[in-house]
Design a protein around this ligand. Sequence first.
Ligand code: GLN
Length: 483
Amino acid sequence: MHNKTITELAKGLRAKEYSSVELTQAYLDRIKKYQDLNCYITVAEENALEQAKLADSQLASADSALLTGIPIAQKDIFCTQGIKTSCGSKMLDNFIAPYNATVIEKFNADNAVMLGKLNMDEFAMGSSNETSFYGAVQNPWDTDTVPGGSSGGSASAIAARLTVAATGTDTGGSIRQPASLCGITGLKPTYGRVSRFGMIAFASSLDQGGPMARSAEDAAILMQTMAGFDTKDSTSVDRAVPDYSAGLNNSLEGLKIGLPKEFFSQDLNNDIASAIESAINEYKKLGAEVKEVSLPNMKLAIPAYYVIASAECSANLSRYDGVRFGHRCHSPADLNDLYTRSRGEAFGAEVKRRILMGTYALSAGYYDAYYIKAQKVRCLISEDFSRALSEVDVLMGPVSPSTAFDIGEKTDDPIEMYLADIYTIAINLAGLPAMSLPSGFADSKPVGLQVIGNYFSEDRLLNIAHQYQQVTDWHQQTPKGFE
Ligand code: GLN
């Protein structure tokens, strides 16, 4: 059962080949069997079986949603009423959200089953899932390596078949990079397409939730549920949601692909470059035309991002003060002691580093030199993309400069870690949608192809991804031992 797609499972459920309770139990058993991967922070066993039971009673009705009774899992950044929401941090280790994120409400309305909450880098800061208070996650393709981050639990769980699909969030690459390192499909939607209400904030002008799944076909089904305007999120966009599955089979004849020359510099590992080239050749066979384009300000993306994201996180994380919710230190001497010890005890090193950098960048005297400068760079980067996307339909390139690296390999060198997102971060600064597609292996580890589209072109991106997955089977490969 664990190798079936959502559409196949939905059919099987309706044909009564298995019940949602049986399907859910099978996944819960696998989660237990492979718990060494450390994908889940919370397994919501009781809740999942209850939801499955309810779903079984709904399946008979003709208008039941496609996701009814399908077991999925949520990144532990989405607030879930009555179930711990930790955001990968000791700060929220005791936090039971009093309400559901909009995304969770939407999956509940479809009667999807939530298996549990997935591991992640602390407050989504990281590229390897090693900053989690709950420990590193293993990549099922090679358990000595990282799954990427910050949605590392989501990517690893999907690759190991410990959930059918999952949510992720992407502030600088956190859906696409782990998808790439674990050989699964991930979509980072246009900023504002998916509600951020109840999705714990890291850098509010960049954060965006999206689907992670084995195939584009499954990602389209999740996206259908996740997307849409939300009055509770002032940055969500009031715009009709298209049918994401309707155009999956559209022809790619005449598709114009731009290859940004900055994505293919000497820094790119040869094996990754050749996997990307083969993927682009497949697209040519499907009728696409290819042209070189340029994004001259790409090299400024990482420094601009680390000023903006850190500045925003320093403001967002000021709410964790030991007073209202989250960790509180024992017997504080006074209010200052309460603040400093509560925060000092409960935030990890990376989160502290970002808060310090962000507070510095926002302080009087440095604000213009760092924050305003970074915002100007952000405009230049957006303009680069607008220019390139006026010449072509989509851009393609690698997702990550390397395949999965060893656990511990980059933990002592934050700059090295930050460079893991060199090909993904600029897309968040511009607010564009982009996907990561499994497109081969380098040294037996998965390689992802990145496809970047214009604003609100998620339906076209899914179509482009699905057509590739009709002529290749990279997305169907299973790591050894997890078949
Ligand atoms: N790796 C990047 C960071 O550490 C991006 C994280 C993300 O997208 N949430 O900030």
